[in-house]
Design a protein around this ligand. Structure first.
Ligand SMILES: NC(=O)c1ccc[n+]([C@@H]2O[C@H](COP(=O)([O-])OP(=O)(O)OC[C@H]3O[C@@H](n4cnc5c(N)ncnc54)[C@H](OP(=O)(O)O)[C@@H]3O)[C@@H](O)[C@H]2O)c1
Length: 477
């Protein structure tokens, strides 16, 4: 039986690959930065190593007796030195694979040529190059994909939101750049088949559909959604302006919008036929069918992973020990409840946000989201992955789920632009339901911000608690 080490299992692609491997006849080892992001059934099925690619001793241990090591690590973020970190990470990974006599590395990077590529695409290319540097010691199946279409993918969310929200689109030049999109399930099939391949592959394998432009993707998506859309191209609109446009209408923040726009300035098309050579059994899903399937998954509440699950940065966004104890300000609201519906209260606050809203004064949450968007943040429209279930690492509007103690505690950390750090905690202890806002201010402005918000807290949180209790009673009866 093969032993596989999977990295990036808490990310968009990695988590889906992990789920698809669960029922296969393989030993699965995982390297994650925080194992709280994994569900219990995954912790029971896999051998989990907590650490990152800069922690050599953990990496060495994780790679022991491994046949195939899958590299799905990505640190794209605003940190200036992320490119250097990406290179170091790939180097550490390959060296540890060599030491452990791993036969095969599988890596998924991006399509496109190095020349004129954005920093993000350059990092994807350099990672592949570094991993592939010693073919005599370890073979590398270097997959390259362009825009991935699937529920939860950032590019798909951008396309879907633009088509849904703007009937007449003024589009910049880059919408005419060609890319070879691919449906996420096809990506997973390639990666899975490469893991199961009978002998090591050392090759660059471009995957995807025949090339199409971003404009064609918008038109075909509108057709699938049954919407009539008019697209007017203009030769201007700088990446900066386009990025502002994207953050207003789609769930991404400024940094991600800019990276994606810069990435679309250059062609990202398939440049070899190695996918057909090694994996002739895989049939590529046509674009419209991919869009249809992605939309169905959203409608049926079946989104497995999203672009905002991972940290998009050099450190994990879910700290192993939440630094909530650093909070200087706390605003605590306590309500006595009846134990007969206490468990229902947990169910209600687990479902907050997204389409359902926050039970009280939703327009104020909306205004806060808009302010965040204007400041370049994510705003409120990332919504939720699913309407009922949540796991640590999930996003709920402008919050990140940091901790869940089933039936008791839900801790959220704010991801909006703030002069400090903020958390919102819901807890049930016997017959007491408590809701606490925590804040760690940055400088004087942080303190002013906190005191300005206090009157709104009083209004919103009291109403919210009452509504949550009402809803819990309704669910009980
Ligand atoms: N998504 C797309 O549309 C797309 C398209 C084409 C190609 N690709 C390629 O597919 C690969 C995976 O992309 P993705 O979208 O799945 O990325 P992602 O969602 O951002 O996930 C990145 C993963 O890497 C982990 N990670 C980051 N730094 C780490 C480190 N130093 N050590 C260990 N783990 C680390 C993250 O963990 P945390 O949860 O702790 O942050 C997360 O699990 C990338 O190479 C990307 O270029 C993706």
């Amino acid at each position: 039986m093969k032993t596989v080490l999977l990295t990036g299992a808490t990310g968009f692609v990695g988590r889906r690959l992990l789920y698809s491997l669960i029922n296969e006849n393989v030993n699965i080892k995982l390297l994650v930065r925080n194992k709280n992001k994994l569900e219990n059934h995954i912790l029971e099925r896999c051998q989990v190593y907590e650490g990152d690619t800069f922690n050599i001793s953990v990496l060495q241990e994780a790679l022991k007796d491994v046949d195939v090591a899958v590299y799905l690590i990505h640190m794209m973020g605003k940190d200036e030195n992320y490119l250097e970190k990406e290179k170091q990470s790939a180097e550490n990974f390959r060296v540890c694979c060599e030491r452990n006599k791993v036969k095969q590395i599988i890596y998924l990077g991006g399509l496109g040529e190095f020349k004129d590529a954005s920093t993000h695409l350059k990092s994807r290319f350099l990672t592949g190059k570094i991993l592939s540097e010693k073919p005599e010691n370890v073979s590398v199946a270097w997959f390259r994909a362009g825009v991935i279409i699937g529920s939860g993918s950032a590019s798909f969310e951008i396309i879907r939101n633009l088509v849904e929200k703007i009937p007449i689109m003024i589009t910049p030049k880059w919408v005419n750049t060609e890319t070879s999109p691919i449906y996420i399930d096809d990506v997973i099939e390639y990666l899975k088949d490469a893991i199961m391949y009978e002998m090591p592959i050392h090759s660059m394998i471009d995957i995807g559909m025949s090339p199409m432009t971003f404009k064609e993707m918008l038109i075909q998506t509108a057709q699938v959604m049954g919407l009539k859309r008019i697209i007017i191209g203009v030769p201007v609109l700088s990446p900066r302006l386009s990025s502002y446009w994207l953050i207003l209408f789609t769930p991404v923040n400024y940094e991600l919008a800019r990276e994606l726009v810069l990435g679309l300035k250059t062609k990202t098309v398939k440049m070899n036929d190695n996918a057909e050579k090694y994996f002739p059994q895989i049939k590529i899903t046509p674009f419209k069918e991919a869009i249809k399937k992605a939309l169905e998954e959203i409608e049926k509440n079946q989104v497995l992973s999203r672009w905002c699950d991972s940290s998009k940065g050099l450190v994990c966004d879910v700290p192993k020990v939440p630094d909530i104890s650093k909070a200087i300000f706390r605003d605590i609201y306590i309500k006595e409840i009846d134990s007969s519906y206490a468990s229902k209260i947990f169910d209600v606050y687990k479902n907050l946000g997204g389409q359902k809203g926050w039970y009280a004064l939703n327009f104020l949450w909306g205004i806060r989201g808009l302010i965040d968007k204007i400041l370049g943040g994510y705003g409120k429209n990332r919504g939720r992955r699913q309407t009922k279930e949540i796991r640590v690492g999930d996003v709920i509007d402008f919050w990140k789920v940091i901790d869940i103690k089933e039936g008791k505690i839900l801790l959220l950390e704010a991801q909006m632009k703030l002069p400090g750090k903020a958390w919102l905690e819901f807890s049930i202890d016997g017959e007491l339901f408590t809701q606490t806002a925590y804040f760690y201010p940055k400088g004087l402005f942080g303190r002013i911000y906190w005191y300005c918000l206090l009157p709104f807290h009083k209004l919103i949180f009291k109403m919210m608690m009452n509504k949550i209790v009402e809803e819990a009673k309704r669910l009980k009866s």
